[in-house]
Ligand binder design. Structure first.
Ligand code: NAP
Ligand code: SF4
Length: 676
């Protein structure tokens, strides 16, 4: 049977002892669910994705032993008792018609604990713990533990394992001189440095037998100094195949690399060309990954011969039914992963359970359930930003009769500002998805309408999602012709060559990016993006690091970004993406000033003083001053409703503007509507 729009994606993949129904792999993600000890919840997370028809799933990384866990207490398969827990997961996935492989992840020097081990005693830049150098017996223990974990995975009912050999973890650390300074048989020549990963793979294969999927995740472009050459990558891939791998998956960049690899500003399918270089070098199927988030992109990658299979991870947090919807010709209904990391990786790295900005049910499948409404009600939602859109959508899907009012002529609210920032183009897809879903759910739309409180009295429930208004920073001279608000700037108001930005929060950073930029967005131009970040072909430069480093386009303006707090600007941006925003602005020569007091604005620019004592008045020369000083709740309607005695629920920015982002707005909208 052919699937007209995506014929390659829905071509079965014959692995010998088993045939996968399609070419989509759900890549490994650490969700934190296993560590809750609630294995029913873990099972439901994977079963929901199995019901959504993905070809094969890989679990989050499971430690083979305590020293290899990403942090003390990380989930693993180190004792026979763990097997029963994992059986709950595999049983539920198989009942749902799916297949699942367990990733075995030994973190090596990335393990966030004092017992970490590595080929050499070299601390990683992203961990405070120096690893112990393994001796011969220590190495044998690690290999044996990984092989034992594989055997236990089979016993637990998994369809396969993925051996994590990339991203700078333990196996990867043996491969490159950057982390392997050994002079024994495990270090020195490339043959010696490959010995550990290959020994691991041979022992894993011996432990699980021939009729079991073994994926090896191979770092194809390390993006760190001293990384592998392309010849080494090909040599390793061939040996990996000989050692018994069923498939080879692509790893891109070490965690300590200073080049973004999955953030939203990375172009879609930015690294498929790297996987493509391996096609034809090995006979086993090759899987590609990174920034593939729609069926169209996945299909193109396969059609162009970049890989035999496509791995997507975060898109399955955004929508468990990605594959089923693509197969049914309903791709427009797939909730898009916008690669923001805000609810997934940022949570993981803060010790919180992962979820998804666009799908608050992700990893909360058992706790947040959208059941049909027992008694359908007439619901008014005022404001079609992320909070109002999600509330309207969930309420309507549950069977309520929903009317959505929006004072402007379009849906999206502040998302329409975010989508104008170079590098945030994915927000387009989010607005499109809401538009499709609101229509399908039968929500009655009242655009260009701001209802008065009295007009809402006829509804059974009123949700106020009127958003925010910009905070007034009260700086003398801010009424001058050279002063603009961020919304005016993002909507295209003319801005001079020298700019001072008041406020270095998320929006201040975004506005700086917008104004520093000229010409096409590098996110839409992969060659330009590689040049900006210094990514080269690993066949020409070891590790794929361009010899000249990053070569950003010259900035369009001279920009100074200011804040009153004395801390480093951008410290509160996303945990896994803040460094990218800071690095991008640094490359554009944006100056940053902290600990200032805004004294006044004149035609010549912004006058500030510094420090608690307001020392050294100075002028930041600027043709334009842009105000990005945060937000206040737009509560007018909520207050009027309260005065009129109409009960209403305020959500999103209209509720609390501080620290507001789309993640909280959408989550709050979903939870309120789930309970109506
Ligand atoms: P924000 O992150 O709270 O930043 C507000 C900025 O204004 C701060 O730099 C603050 O620094 C300054 N400020 C506050 N009161 C001021 C006053 N009275 N006078 C002058 N300056 C003042 O808010 P935002 O930038 O408006 O962003 C809104 C939300 O959207 C945030 O939660 C943000 O995380 C989110 N967002 C996120 C991203 C992202 O990349 N993840 C991008 C855009 C927006 P000082 O008080 O130190 O001066
Ligand atoms: Fe994708 Fe953002 Fe959801 Fe993570 S939180 S899965 S990056 S949309």
């Amino acid at each position: 049977m052919t699937h007209a729009p995506y014929p390659h994606l829905f071509t079965p993949l014959d692995l010998g002892h088993v045939t996968l129904p399609n070419r989509v792999l759900m890549g490994s993600m650490h969700t934190g669910l296993e560590e809750t000890g609630d294995w029913n919840r873990v099972a439901e997370f994977y079963a929901a994705r199995a019901r959504g028809s993905v070809g094969l799933m890989v679990t989050g990384g499971m430690a083979p032993n305590p020293e290899g866990g990403v942090f003390p207490g990380a989930a693993g398969l180190y004792t026979p008792a763990d097997i029963d827990n994992h059986r709950v997961v595999t049983g539920r996935v198989h009942d749902a018609g799916g297949r699942i492989a367990m990733q075995i992840l030994h973190a090596g020097r990335y393990a966030y604990g004092p017992d970490c081990v590595a080929p050499s005693a070299l601390k990683s830049p992203i961990s405070p713990f120096p690893p112990k150098e393994l001796d011969e017996a220590g190495i044998e223990k690690q290999v044996a533990d990984i092989a034992t974990a594989a055997a236990r995975a089979r016993e637990a009912g998994y369809d396969g394992v993925e051996v994590m050999g990339s991203e700078g973890y333990f196996l990867n650390q043996f491969l490159v001189t950057h982390t392997n300074r050994r002079t024994d048989r495990w270090g020195g020549s490339y043959e010696n440095r490959m010995r550990l990963p290959l020994e691991v793979l041979r022992r894993v294969r011996a432990a699980v037998g021939p009729d079991f999927i073994v994926i090896y995740r191979l770092s194809m472009i390390d993006l760190v100094p001293g990384g592998s050459t392309w010849d080494e990558v090909v040599q390793l891939a061939r040996e990996v195949e000989r050692a018994g791998a069923t498939m080879i998956n692509t790893g891109i960049g070490w965690h300590e690399a200073r080049i973004p690899t999955i953030a939203t500003s990375v172009p879609r399918r930015a690294f498929a060309w790297v996987t493509r270089k391996l096609m034809g070098e090995v006979a086993v199927p090759v899987i590609t990954s990174n920034r593939i988030n729609t069926p169209e992109v996945a299909e193109a990658v396969l059609a162009e011969g970049c890989a035999d299979m496509v791995s997507m991870a975060r898109p399955f947090l955004a929508d468990a039914d990605f594959v089923a919807k693509a197969r049914a010709g309903r791709a427009a209904e797939i909730a898009p992963c916008i690669a923001c990391n805000q609810a997934c990786l940022d949570h993981t790295f803060s010790g919180k359970i992962s979820s998804c900005l666009v799908n608050p049910r992700a990893c909360h499948e058992t706790g947040l359930v959208y059941t049909p409404a027992a008694a359908p009600r007439r619901v008014a939602v005022v404001g079609a930003g992320p909070a109002g859109l999600m509330a309207a959508l969930v309420a309507a899907e549950r069977g309520h009769a929903v009317t959505l009012f929006e004072k402007s002529g379009r849906l999206g609210g502040q998302l329409n500002l975010a989508r104008r920032i170079p590098g945030k183009e994915e927000f387009d897809g989010l607005v499109d998805w809401f538009t499709t879903m609101i229509d399908r759910a039968g929500v009655v739309l009242r655009l260009s309408t701001a209802p008065e409180a009295a007009a809402l009295a006829e509804f059974d429930a009123v949700i106020v999602a009127t958003g925010v208004t910009p905070r007034d920073p009260g700086i003398p001279g801010q009424d001058g012709a050279n002063v603009l608000g961020y919304a005016e700037v993002l909507q295209g108001a003319p801005v001079g060559r020298r700019v001072a930005i008041v406020g270095a929060g998320g929006i201040g950073f975004d506005v700086a990016e917008f104004l520093a930029h000229d010409g096409p967005s590098a996110t839409l131009d992969p060659a330009l993006w590689r040049q900006e970040w210094g990514v080269a072909d690993p066949a020409e430069a070891r590790g794929g690091l361009a010899p000249g480093g990053p070569r950003p386009a010259p900035p369009a303006r001279e920009i100074t970004l200011l804040q009153r707090k004395p801390e480093k600007p951008g410290r509160r941006l996303g945990k896994t993406t803040g460094w990218i925003h800071r690095a991008a602005l640094k490359m554009k020569g944006v100056k940053m000033l902290s600990g200032v007091t805004y004294e006044r604005i004149g035609p010549e620019g912004l006058h500030v003083s510094c420090g608690a004592g307001r020392e050294g008045p100075m002028l930041v020369e600027a043709d334009t001053v842009v105000l990005c000083a945060g937000q206040e709740p737009a509560r007018g309607l909520a207050d009027n409703l309260a005065a009129a005695g109409v009960a209403a629920h305020a959500i999103g920015g209209a509720n609390v503007a501080a620290e507001l982002d789309a993640k909280r707005a959408i989550d709050q909208g979903a939870r309120l509507a789930a309970a109506l």
